[in-house]
Unconditional design. Structure first.
Lengths: 385, 400
């Protein structure tokens, strides 16, 4: 009998219930969006391969390492393949367009990064041509670039005008892999440096090292760093995951701020629902007294009020989940791809949304339940709305 | 003004509205709380974004010029070669101090990793700037607050106040490793809360050598002579073949651009989110006001029967809702204003290094927040007020 009464009660003030559900839905949607911003931020860490090490200059990654390190690293036991990259940056079209642009070793890049899928044909075409480049699928789509097009960058770290021919377009293996990067031949960069700024030739930004067994990561890292200890360019080698994590930590203040906002939103949901429940319970204090007179106990009243509260919370949660899907979709359309290369609603976020919806329902019922149980029958019957 | 009030409020007594607050204390305070939360977040976001801008703009002058490579997006991606530096230093617009020294500083700027103090902080990036001997005269808002300035030609450095607070092992007398060598910290600099407090400064020639930069620098900053015009300077850069790839900007403009990316990111994200969840608070207010109307149907009927016009009833409910929103808004702003005593640090996208900044409040932000609250109150109160105004006297009085 109780469930039926709960539903009847919830539907008594249709407008009020609808508005409450709507309010909760919007807040749940915003919560989901914020949490998705955060999980997407961490997405790069999640997909980082455990069997890949990043070896960079110990002082900071803005300093280069000698090209000569390559062969030494390759000889370390446990190392399968070594590739090397330089952060090129540069300006494409105007300064607002940022996506990673890097010089890389064309022969080994895709062996070390198998999550970037390139057809054999395109890969060979890319490897053959000195000023060819590879684009991520998302970037190619965004700027309408096709194989055979010319892409011009204005260099900043490496001054001058740089022309590239698009020879390949890579696809991310899973949706969580970044599809917004651009790679070109390291040799092309190095040749021009030899002519224009000889002191900057023969330099590598960092090495990416694929190892045979992920369990050896710590050992291999140590051995690599030991090779170059006390040299002019000491190295710091760590797993890609640790490397990415150190980047994210730098933004921890922003991430914390977003998290705080997400949880303040829960507070807003709570306020909206509690408000509704308190108002309903006050109007019904006469009825509650009647129920008590009929022999219903505090337990029943608790079930009645809390049940209604949880029901409304849950309805809001369901609607909010739908809204989250919409927000996430809209956000990924509006926000430039390069802010969040990967933007996916995760299962854990959905679970959190429903947990909070139920939890808020439970809490919002506390005051009205307390009032309903505590008020004695005579006062309850005498009460005027 | 008075006439307008007479029109809007033909005297539904103000006390009646206030009395309502008292009678429904709990729901009213919950509604106010909802508004307060939204305004708190909104204000906090604006304060954060403004804080970043302010930190980078502090001490900036339009008589001080920063020269960087045209396409560079920040100081670390700018390169100026030694020959060009010499040309810039001898431009007629470059000021001199009373000892005849050029008021210009050619600066190599790099980023190094240091260990943060807080447990989980790990490594973060710090800007290291090599400066010339007149750097403190070029930037008068920067001053030595403790210890001594580094000796020219030695491996000594001074650290910004925020660097010392944020990073481990950065007190006076400590030694830190930069480019394979140990450098001794001899002093602490402060910059009236500006961005230079998040940097480490050393002798530019020493740092050039340590970082194997030969004679190239990242940027050149100089003070213009009193009679120099910025337009002439721009022309000089456009016409000189040796300078054409570089661009002079006033310090104010240069640093505003440095903050743009981060500040706009924060405010875009924050505003979008506040906008979404302001709906939550508005709906809360709608529910409260609808209920208030429903509970007071008989009273509304009585008021109308006494001769009060429909619009008086409409405005009395609307004003009640706006009042709730404004009280909530004021509470939210007040709460957010406490954030001024907190400082945050995060990586600035442009300099790629840790920037510490304080939440900053401005009159504009307060006005924005209150206007937003007013707006929420109007929207939230509109439909319930219309319903109240449209009640028929007979029906309203018949209501039990």
């Amino acid at each position: 009998m109780l469930p039926k009464l709960i539903i009847k009660n919830a539907l008594r003030h249709k407008l009020r219930t609808t508005l409450t559900v709507l309010g909760i839905a919007i807040a749940v949607g915003a919560f989901g969006l914020l949490r998705t911003v955060i999980t997407s931020w961490y997405a790069s860490v999640e997909v980082a391969a455990a069997d890949r090490l990043i070896c960079r200059q110990a002082v900071s990654f803005v300093f280069p390492l000698p090209y000569a390190y390559r062969d030494k690293i390759a000889k370390v036991p446990g190392v399968e393949k070594v590739t090397y990259l330089n952060w090129f940056q540069g300006v494409y079209k105007d300064k607002q367009q940022f996506f990673p642009r890097m010089a890389a070793d064309a022969r080994t890049l895709f062996d070390v990064y198998p999550e970037f899928l390139v057809s054999r044909q395109e890969l060979e075409a890319f490897q053959k041509e000195r000023n060819a480049c590879v684009l991520g699928q998302d970037i190619a789509n965004k700027y309408g670039l096709k194989v055979g097009d010319v892409m011009t960058l204005e260099g900043d770290i490496y001054p001058g005008r740089w022309d590239f021919v698009v020879r390949a377009i890579y696809k991310p293996r899973t949706p969580a892999v970044d599809g917004t990067q651009m790679f070109f031949h390291w040799e092309y960069l190095d040749e021009r440096m030899k002519q224009e700024m000889p002191v900057r030739a023969g330099q590598v930004g960092w090495y990416a090292v694929k190892i045979h067994d992920a369990d050896d990561a710590a050992m291999v890292s140590e051995q690599i760093d030991a090779l170059f200890a006390n040299s002019e360019a000491e190295t710091k080698t760590e797993t890609e995951k640790a490397f990415q994590n150190s980047f994210l930590k730098a933004y921890s203040a922003i991430i914390t701020a977003i998290n705080v906002m997400a949880f303040l939103i829960i507070a807003v949901i709570l306020l909206v629902l509690a408000n509704t429940m308190i108002m309903s319970a006050r109007e019904r204090s006469g009825e509650h007294a009647v129920l008590k007179t009929l022999g219903f106990t505090g337990k029943h009243l608790f079930g009645l009020v809390t049940g209604e509260s949880i029901l409304i919370g849950l309805l809001g949660g369901v609607a909010g989940y739908g809204l989250t899907r919409f927000f996430v979709f809209a956000f990924s359309q509006i926000v430039p791809k390069n802010y969040f290369p990967v933007f996916i609603l995760e299962d854990i976020t959905i679970a959190q949304e429903f947990t909070f919806a139920v939890f808020v329902g439970l809490i919002a019922g506390v005051i009205p339940v307390y009032n309903a149980v505590k008020t004695n029958i005579v006062d309850g019957l005498r009460h005027v709305g | 003004m008075h006439a307008i009030w007479r029109f809007l409020l033909p005297a539904v007594p103000f006390r009646y509205m206030v009395g309502n607050f008292r009678a429904r204390r709990l729901t009213m305070s919950i509604t106010v709380g909802g508004f307060a939360l939204v305004i708190f977040v909104y204000t906090a976001v604006l304060m954060m974004s403004y804080g970043v801008e302010k930190t980078l703009a502090t001490g900036g002058s339009d008589r001080t010029i920063v020269v960087a490579r045209k396409s560079s997006q920040g100081e670390i991606s700018s390169i100026i070669d030694g020959d060009a530096v010499n040309v810039i230093m001898t431009l007629p617009q470059v000021g001199k101090d009373d000892k005849g020294r050029t008021l210009a500083t050619a600066e190599p700027v790099v980023v190094i990793n240091l260990e943060k103090k807080t447990g989980e902080g790990g490594l973060s990036n710090v800007t290291v700037r090599g400066v010339g001997e007149t750097a403190l005269h070029v930037r008068p808002h920067v001053s030595l607050s403790e210890g001594n300035m580094f000796q020219t030609g030695s491996r000594e450095i001074v650290v910004g106040k925020s660097v010392r607070d944020l990073f481990a092992g950065t007190n006076i007398g400590d030694r830190i490793k930069i480019a394979g060598d140990m450098w001794t910290i001899v002093g602490v600099i402060s910059a009236q809360g500006g961005a230079f407090e998040s940097e480490i400064w050393g002798d530019s020639r020493q740092l050039q050598a340590a970082f194997n930069r030969q004679n190239t620098v990242s940027t050149v900053t100089f003070r213009m002579t009193d009679d120099a015009k910025f337009e002439d300077l721009e022309k000089a850069f456009e016409q000189d073949r040796r300078l054409v790839q570089y661009e002079p900007k006033t310090e104010i403009k240069f640093y505003r651009e440095q903050s743009e990316l981060l500040a706009s990111f924060i405010s875009a994200l924050g505003t979008a989110v506040t906008f979404i969840f302001s709906f939550g608070a508005i709906i809360g207010a709608v529910i409260t006001m609808y209920t208030a109307v429903a509970n007071r149907t008989t009273e509304i009927g009585t008021l109308r029967a006494l001769g009060f016009r429909r619009r008086s009833v409409l405005f009395s409910f609307l004003i009640e809702s706006v009042l709730l929103a404004l009280v909530g808004g004021a509470a939210g702003v007040l709460l957010a204003s406490w954030l001024r005593f907190f400082s945050l640090s995060t990586i600035n996208f442009n300099s790629f290094s840790e920037l510490s900044f304080t939440f900053a409040l401005s009159a504009g932000i307060v006005v924005d927040a209150m206007v937003f609250a007013l707006f929420m109150g109007l929207i939230g109160g509109f439909f319930p007020s219309v319903r109240a105004a449209r009640l028929k006297i007979v029906d309203a009085l018949r209501n039990e």
